[in-house]
Design a protein around this ligand. Structure first.
Ligand code: C2E
Ligand code: CA
Ligand code: CA
Length: 760
């Protein structure tokens, strides 16, 4: 046979085959269109492409699959057997049951038409989405369905777009709901991986030039671990480079590309060959990370993939920006800006959490409430910048105890809280407190001046002193107050008695505000006598407060409260007026002139109002300024130069000034020479031991000597026994005051004393 002839025969055979195929398809179509009566709903939409046909004999299970039906799944005409099993092996296992059930349902019902979407396996192993439509043919004799005839249309593209859209919406929903960033990253990766079978996605975050694993659900863990923590740079793979340059990086072949030279050993063993990376940016264009797409073969993106790379990075950018903002907000809220310690808010969150776990596991812990001593004075006299510097230094010192403590926070101003967990016994909290006291109290320099800070600490225990955070913090605060009261620079444990005390104080505070108006205050007077003549030369006015509910409140208590709540000025004014009036009154009644001593609180003493107030009272009561003496505690004497003018102005008014409680405070002898005072009162603390302790005796002797050398009158306070009186007399004190002569008494008793004076 000649070549031409052979070719002709081949062509003929092909032609016949095609004609046959067309004939079959035509017949099928005819049958179908006839059955659907003018093709009402059963149309082969041109938009969906031309479908394949099938014809299923329900009696024999013989199924005719048209050539197009087969080619849709990658098979040739002669390849698949014409029976139901062929369909059964090709349908996706998850869709088989549904589809058969739908057919059953259709056959049993009235509908003459069905439509179902299912997945069928392509010869290349992937699944494609098929829309299957069918209708039945009934047998002429018994009206039973004997055949099902239908079409198959490939709807993969449409279905994938739908799924992509759904996933996209799901991600937006996750973002809106505030889901975890890691979950959203994985979801984004999955979405693109499904769109491009064989592609694997990774999302990296960039933190201070370091690449951090964000999400890569399909990449091997070993690879993710190797990349996590790498510093980005111009040759650190696709993502390291894209985050470095801020530009897209397409690497067709990892094996040969220079950018992968140093890290290809992480990728190649896992089959990764190409990697395209898009930098992830925030709305200001700052690089926050990178999105990478990997294939297991060398590849370059087509237009669609190129667009998707950008879309995926944009989507990831929304979340990364959200994450970064949230982190910033949390940092701001959780960290105390000045000291870098935890913030008040974070402290309370942490405390609540700790209480929960401690309750569950029946654990105990200590809460230390720490407050700097005299911080206000630092702020007032050195300025706020120095105050801040001190706080920072204290925070650093507290931080140095980190090894022993579990949590440190600055609550506000100069207040800090420390948590000590896993207590063996209560001493653990106390030991930490002791270490904090020591750490804080090392000297430092503020504005070039040496200063020794100190703090006081209150300790409360969970659960003994409080079951919730409010109770616990309150208990520690109450203990702190007690530590301050005990003299500062120390710690104190909480005890229920302290709560009673705190409640009492609160009442004192409430009622004191009305005490002056309600005329609940009164004055008593304690005589001061001349040690030589034994005559009353003066009295000290001492304030008393009687309240109907609280009874007699101690002056130490209410004077301190008045100072704290800003009532001290009003109180001093009342005392000054009342006492001066009384002094004038005694004089007009004909008693000998005596000196009226009035206590002035240090805080008020430094106030600009004091001098005008004294002037006013002198004018109003017409008291001889010479017979008025103000007592102020010695701590004040050594304060700032500014205060010297107060002494000076008071001197100018002609009144006398006394240093009260001398020896109890911290006076430095050198500062005494700057200010002009008239009198020095030796504190009862020394007098108490004068007869029993040699050292005290010597001390008092030097005080008297020094006072006299400086030209002061020296008065000994708190003389209770004749023996004490004899000694101070021998030491040459000028005056004396104490229970031995008289307790503080009412004005009428003083009047009596003045009329028949005789003390020895
Ligand atoms: P102070 O100025 O040192 O007053 C002397 C205190 O010692 C008085 O206590 C007095 O009653 C007490 N005292 C005097 N002699 C003896 C004694 O021999 N033995 C004993 N055990 N005590 C003696 P008081 O009246 O309780 O006052 C306590 C403090 O309250 C005063 O200490 C003073 O600092 C303050 N204070 C009282 N009244 C006023 C006031 O009107 N203004 C101001 N700012 N403070 C006042
Ligand atoms: Ca006094
Ligand atoms: Ca005193």
């Amino acid at each position: 046979m000649s070549e031409n002839r052979k070719e002709e025969l081949n062509l003929r055979t092909e032609l016949i085959r095609l004609q046959k195929e067309l004939e079959i398809e035509r017949k099928c179509n005819e049958q179908l269109s006839e059955l659907v009566k003018n093709g009402e709903r059963f149309v082969f939409s041109s938009a969906e492409g031309i479908g394949g046909l099938w014809d299923w004999n329900l009696n024999t299970n013989h199924v005719y699959y048209s050539p197009r039906w087969k080619s849709m799944l990658g098979y040739k005409e002669n390849e698949l057997a014409s029976n139901l099993d062929t369909w059964k092996t090709l349908v996706h296992p998850d869709d088989k049951g549904n589809t058969l059930a739908a057919v059953e349902h259709f056959l049993a019902g009235d509908s003459d038409y069905f439509e179902i979407d299912l997945r069928m396996r392509h010869k290349n192993g992937t699944y494609i989405y098929i829309r299957s439509r069918g209708l039945y043919v009934k047998s002429d004799t018994d009206n039973r369905p004997t055949r099902l005839i239908g079409s198959h249309v490939d709807i993969s593209t449409q279905k994938k777009a739908e799924l992509f859209e759904q996933q996209h919406n799901k991600i937006l929903e996750m973002i809106a709901k505030g889901d975890l960033a890691a979950d959203i990253y994985n979801e984004i990766a999955h979405m693109y991986e499904e769109k491009y079978p064989g592609m694997r996605c990774s999302l990296l975050e960039l933190d201070n030039n370091i690449l951090l694993h964000g999400g890569a659900p399909s990449l091997p863990k070993a690879y993710c671990d190797a990349v996590n923590g790498l510093v980005n740079g111009p040759d650190v793979g696709s993502c390291g480079t894209s985050t470095y340059t801020g530009k897209r990086v397409i690497v067709e072949d990892i094996a040969t590309d220079r950018k992968w030279k140093n890290i290809k050993q992480f990728a190649l063993p896992h089959g990764m060959r190409s990697c395209w990376s898009e930098p992830i940016k925030n709305s200001q264009g700052k690089v926050l990370g990178a999105l990478g797409m990997y294939y297991d073969f060398p590849a370059l993106p087509d237009e669609q993939q190129s667009n998707d790379l950008l879309s995926a990075a944009r989507l990831a950018g929304i979340i990364m920006e959200r994450e970064q903002n949230q982190k910033r907000i949390l940092d701001l809220a959780y960290v105390d800006e000045l000291t870098g310690l935890s913030s008040r808010m974070y402290f309370f969150l942490n405390l609540e959490e700790l209480i929960k776990t401690s309750r569950r596991y029946q654990r105990r812990f200590s809460l230390l409430y720490l407050d700097l001593d005299n911080f206000k004075t630092i702020n007032d006299s050195f300025g706020h910048a120095a105050g801040d510097a001190l706080l920072i230094e204290v925070a650093n010192r507290l931080n140095s105890t980190r090894r022993d403590v579990d949590f440190i926070a600055r609550l506000s101003g100069d207040e800090f809280c420390i948590i000590v967990k896993n207590l063996d016994d209560d001493c653990d909290g106390a030991n930490v407190a002791q270490r904090c006291l020591a750490a804080v109290s090392a000297p430092l320099y503020l504005l070039g001046r040496k200063y020794t800070p100190s703090c006081s600490i209150g300790i409360a225990h969970y659960p003994d002193n409080g079951k919730n955070h409010q109770e616990l913090v309150k208990a520690a605060d109450t203990a702190l107050y007690a530590a301050k009261e005990l003299g500062r620079n120390r710690y104190a444990f909480y005890s229920p008695r302290l709560t009673e005390l705190a409640e009492y104080r609160l009442k004192v505070e409430q009622y004191l505000r009305e005490a002056i108006e309600k005329e609940e205050l009164s004055l008593v007077y304690q005589p001061q006598i001349d040690i030589v003549t034994g005559k009353v030369t003066g009295v000290e006015a001492l304030c008393r407060w009687y309240h109907s509910e609280l009874g007699q409140v101690s002056p130490c208590e209410f004077i301190a409260t008045a100072e704290r709540i800003g009532m001290i000025k009003a109180l001093t004014e009342w005392v000054l007026k009342t006492a001066c009036k009384q002094a004038v009154n005694w004089l007009t009644l004909g008693f000998p002139a005596i000196r009226m001593a009035i206590n002035v609180s240090p805080t008020h003493f430094l106030d600009n109002d004091l001098v005008p107030l004294v002037e006013k009272v002198i004018a109003e009561t017409a008291i001889d300024p010479n017979s008025l003496k103000l007592e102020v505690t010695e701590g004040l004497v050594q304060t700032h130069d500014d205060n010297v003018s107060v002494f000076h102005n008071l001197n100018a008014l002609g009144i006398k000034l006394a240093i009260d409680d001398f020896g109890k405070g911290y006076s430095s002898f050198s500062s005494l020479k700057h200010i002009k005072i008239d009198c020095m009162k030796i504190d009862k603390y020394f007098v108490d031991d004068i007869s029993s302790d040699e050292k005290t005796y010597l001390l008092i002797r030097s005080m008297v000597e020094m006072g006299h050398n400086l030209g002061f009158e020296v008065i000994a306070e708190g003389i209770e026994t004749q023996e004490q009186f004899n000694i101070i007399k021998e030491l040459g004190c000028d005056g004396a005051q104490g229970y031995l002569f008289s307790k503080p008494v009412g004005s009428s008793v003083i009047a009596q004393l003045l009329s028949n004076e005789q003390y020895h």
